[in-house]
Design a protein around this ligand. Sequence first.
Ligand SMILES: Nc1ncnc2c1ncn2[C@@H]1O[C@H](COP(=O)(O)OP(=O)(O)OP(=O)(O)O)[C@@H](O)[C@H]1O
Length: 651
Amino acid sequence: MKQKILIVEDEFIVANDLRIMLEKAGYKVCGIAPSVVKALELIASKEPSWILLDIFLQGDKTGIDLAAQLTGMGIPFIYISANTNQGILEAAKATLPYGFLVKPFREKDLMVMLDIARYRHEQNIKYNQNADSSIHIQIEHILENEGTKSAKLQEFSKLLHPLIPFDFLWISRTVPHTTTKDITLLKESNESFRLISNDELLKETGASARDFKTWNIARIPTNGKSIFNGYDFRRLRMESRWIQHLSDGYKLESALVAEIAKGEETFQIVFFSRLSDVFSKVHTGIINQFCKAFELLIDKALYAPKQDTTNKTAETTALASPPVQKKISPVPVNDFHGIIGNSPLLHNALKKIETVAPDDTSVLILGESGTGKERIAHTIHKLSPRKNKSFITVNCAALPLTLIESELFGHEKGAFTGANEKRMGKFEQADGGSIFLDEIGELPLEAQVKLLRVLQEKEIERLGGNGTKKVDVRIITATNRNLEKEVAEGRFRLDLYYRLNVFPIELPALRHRKEDIPLLTLHFLEKYGKKSSAKVTSISPAALATLQTFNWPGNIRELEHLIERTMLLTDGDVITEIAYPDTNPAAALADDSGSKVKTMEEMERDHILHVLKLCKGKIFGAGGAAEMLNIPSTTLNSKIKKLGIKFEFVK
Ligand SMILES: Nc1ncnc2c1ncn2[C@@H]1O[C@H](COP(=O)(O)OP(=O)(O)OP(=O)(O)O)[C@@H](O)[C@H]1O
């Protein structure tokens, strides 16, 4: 069946050009809307399968406003805009489009983007269905098992938590004329949730019993909204004394509300988070997707006619060891093929990896330096049918400009001065396996054209050669740059961006998943305990706690090096003090919002360190840091000494 596309664009000529291009390619254009109001009318009457969306439109609403509604309706969309202002790009990106095409564009760009957007949409549906059915199966297990209401609720929370990051849960039931608060649950760790009794609630929030009785504590006044971030959450606090007290008591910063109607009863499930701005349309989508699961939980566990035999006191105390059987989770709790961590953000990424690994799909891994991009790329390879073939890594930033093409695609003898031998490129070495192109954002434009050709034609041409050779390589790329910005500024080809960004996986920065720091620390203690002669076997709780206050600009790599260094400097077998490097720890301790201005010397030091890391510590010769920085190696050496850069920081 032809895909129906609605064009939302206020410039008639552009819209008409788009219509002609789309119809020529076999799509059916079901309408052109110059404003959000008209678009909503056409959506209702024509039910388009896709929307091409301009940002600035007639009327006071923008395409970004409409996008939020489209996500709610489950209609995929792609932006088409001439606007490359960074703020607008960020706002547009937050609405999770399937693509962004910058005007003016070529017909070919549009078609490539639509193909990829459709592919990504199908993958998303597949991913959601997999997750959905796996969670449903696990929920059925929970409900079939013997166990108290609290144990079932605890298991349910553990399952849901990676998808909806909540710290506090509040469930109330409204039957005609009465609303009762029924369940309050607090997250103590990712593995443990505690039911809170009314007495505990009063004690922990400091509210008096009289206030508690007089305040309207049961239902959250939502006025039809479901996401309460930032301003909305502050307004909610102003409207309800009780929410104000609750959020002060438990340090809550945002809320997500789900309402489930069953006959005459309505259940309000409120997820609170300690992070601000954490909830989005993605979470309301998840709630819609798991509506049935919530109903099951309500019917079969929370409000089942046959109540638990356990007495009330037991019900409201800590839920340390639920008698229900442990579930086999698709992602092992602490160690997923050598990837350590248990935070919801990491779990989401790991689930994506499981989904995409078996296919040949190109994967783009996004994340700051040291977040584990290379490790994840390797895991994708190991989980794929290509696992017994080569996994070749190329760091695009470390390759000197002149050698990039010959490194990637190989060269014939005599192709350039110094090419004394015929040489196989990385793509040929990876034939049958996977290639990991790290720092893809650094690839020069000429090499981008050639890479695009490999992706499109699945063939390479050696430098100086006059024939092509077919290669069968799965491409995994990574970057810590904002590629959309690179595209907008003309440094990265749009067609290549869409080819590579078929399945993006975003890796969280360590400071956004500090709950993983203890697990990672213990992992590195064990790793370096085995390797070195250090006697250290453990770390004191106080030392571990200081690691969680650190901001980790260098992410897991930085934590790993710090643990290794601290182990070497520790006398005895317990780390009680962390050997933080003496380089301006205040800068690293500052949090995101309070980042301080760096001095020129600090900037220079950071830059040299970054380049040295890219070159894996190599200073001299081809591919060395001096060449990349375009300064003599003797100058670089004296700067390294002057700035106090030690080799152990570079590893
Ligand atoms: N989840 C993890 N569990 C255990 N070790 C990890 C994890 N993630 C990363 N590491 C370790 O941290 C170090 C940095 O990881 P990696 O090189 O994969 O990061 P990267 O994002 O590719 O960095 P860059 O962008 O600088 O290339 C490696 O030693 C890796 O083994």
